[in-house]
Design a protein around this ligand. Structure first.
Ligand SMILES: Nc1nc2c(ncn2[C@@H]2O[C@H](COP(=O)(O)OP(=O)(O)OP(=O)(O)O)[C@@H](O)[C@H]2O)c(=O)[nH]1
Length: 410
């Protein structure tokens, strides 16, 4: 009996102990989902193990910058569409000098106002003639030319008994034209010639020379326009390899009239660029090749020798047809001594007098021609692309004196 009681007690203890273990477990078990579906252990339910990092990766994590939110950058503006260069139609050359006569206004102040004012006096006495002489000298006509002009004028007024201001003005104009030697050939030699051997045409070669800043490159560009306006095809050679901007400048000028440019690397041998330009001109059959050269001071022997070489090298293709000396009219009589040296090194065949719009000394045209014996072929009267006019003595004198042009083609 005792054994039975003992067994029952033991059983009771075991039952109670078992219950004690069961209750906490039941409490911890999650309830069913609200929809009553049973779920197995989903991937999400599984505890996520912490990432195991290698030392290097740990380092990366430490130094990695926090993720930066990249703002969406505004799209760069689309480049403007590149328009093909517009080829311009230069102004016709006939009558340009007449159209540009107002540009000589500063010269007109000397000639037109003071000179004609003097001639309008009631009595032309010694003082008046002296003043006329002074006016001409001030306008850079040059002493010898002035004396010659005034002497002839005095004689003619005496012989003809001229008294009226209009007649005196006409006489003065005639003397000034005479001093400009109207018989000189001022045409540009720009017509291509037929080569004897194969019948191919050889372009006319025009060499443009002068001191620094005289306006060579600008004038080359303007001459290209003059030639195009007169119906010639042209190629430009950028043999000013000294000044990088000169080739750029020339390229722009050429682009405006649809002409080709031959240029070399900066600092290249100018003679070789000039040679290549003429070669290219022969190959493409243009009428004229214009060669721009670097500005050089007439007292720099090396540079002047270089210019001589450019000419000699170009002449391997054939003779240079035209060597134009560009002279800045504002340098007055100084320009004349420069000019003399150039004529010794290269055979200058024509003068282009630039910047006549910026000086009261228009008389320099007379001095240049008389002292150099070379015709002024073109005059620059402004910075505009068509501000270069073929020179015509009668039109020029009319413009200088502020009188109406007589018998012009404008
Ligand atoms: N007012 C005026 N300015 C001119 C005329 N011709 C040229 N110029 C100006 O003169 C300046 C010099 O001209 P460029 O053509 O660069 O002279 P450059 O002789 O080639 O110069 P370098 O190559 O340095 O020797 C420029 O500002 C031109 O616009 C003209 O007839 N009138």
């Amino acid at each position: 009996m005792d054994y039975v009681v003992l067994a029952l007690i033991l059983l009771g203890v075991l039952v109670l102990g078992g219950l004690g273990l069961m209750v906490p477990r039941l409490r911890r078990r999650p309830g069913p989902p609200p929809d009553g579906t049973t779920t197995g252990t989903s991937v999400e339910d599984r505890p996520v193990p912490p990432p195991v990092l290698t030392p290097e990766a740990e380092q990366d994590v430490l130094v990695a910058p926090p993720p930066v939110e990249t703002p969406t950058a505004p799209a760069p503006p689309a480049p403007p569409p590149v328009a093909p260069p517009t080829v311009e139609k230069p102004e016709p050359t006939a009558g340009r000098l007449v159209r540009l006569r107002a540009r000589l206004a500063r010269s007109q102040n000397v000639f037109g106002k003071s000179l004609l004012g003097l001639l309008s006096r009631d009595r032309l006495d010694e003082d008046a003639w002296e003043e006329i002489e002074d006016s001409l000298i001030t306008a850079d006509v040059g002493v010898d030319a002035t004396r010659e002009i005034v002497d002839r004028l005095r004689e003619r007024t005496k012989v003809l008994g001229t008294r009226s201001a209009t007649e005196l003005r006409a006489l003065l104009a005639a003397e000034l034209v005479n001093a400009l030697d109207p018989a000189m050939d001022r045409s540009l030699r720009v017509a291509a010639t037929a080569a004897a051997a194969d019948g191919a045409r050889t372009p006319a070669v025009v060499l443009v020379v002068g001191v620094n800043g005289a306006g060579k490159t600008t004038t080359c560009g303007k001459i290209a326009r003059v030639l195009v306006a007169d119906g010639h095809s042209v190629l430009l050679g950028a043999a000013d390899t000294f000044r990088a901007a000169a080739a750029e400048q020339l390229t722009t000028w050429a682009g405006r009239v649809g002409a080709e440019v031959v240029r070399g690397p900066e600092g290249a041998d100018p003679a070789s660029v000039a040679f290549d330009a003429v070669r290219r001109g022969i190959d493409t059959g243009v009428d004229a090749v214009l060669i721009d050269t670097a500005g050089r001071l007439q007292n720099k022997v090396g540079l002047m020798d270089e210019l001589g070489k450019v000419k000699r090298v170009v002449e391997k293709h054939g003779p240079v047809d035209e060597t134009l000396l560009i002279l800045d009219a504002t340098t007055g009589q100084n320009g004349l001594s420069q000019a003399r040296v150039f004529t010794e090194v290269v055979d200058v065949t024509g003068v282009v007098l630039t910047k006549l719009d910026g000086t009261a000394k228009g008389g320099i045209v007379i001095a240049v021609q008389r002292q150099l014996g070379i015709p002024v072929k073109l005059v620059g009267l402004g910075e505009g692309p068509d501000d270069l006019a073929p020179f015509d003595p009668a039109q020029f004198v009319d413009a200088l004196l502020g009188t109406e042009p007589l018998g012009t083609d404008a």
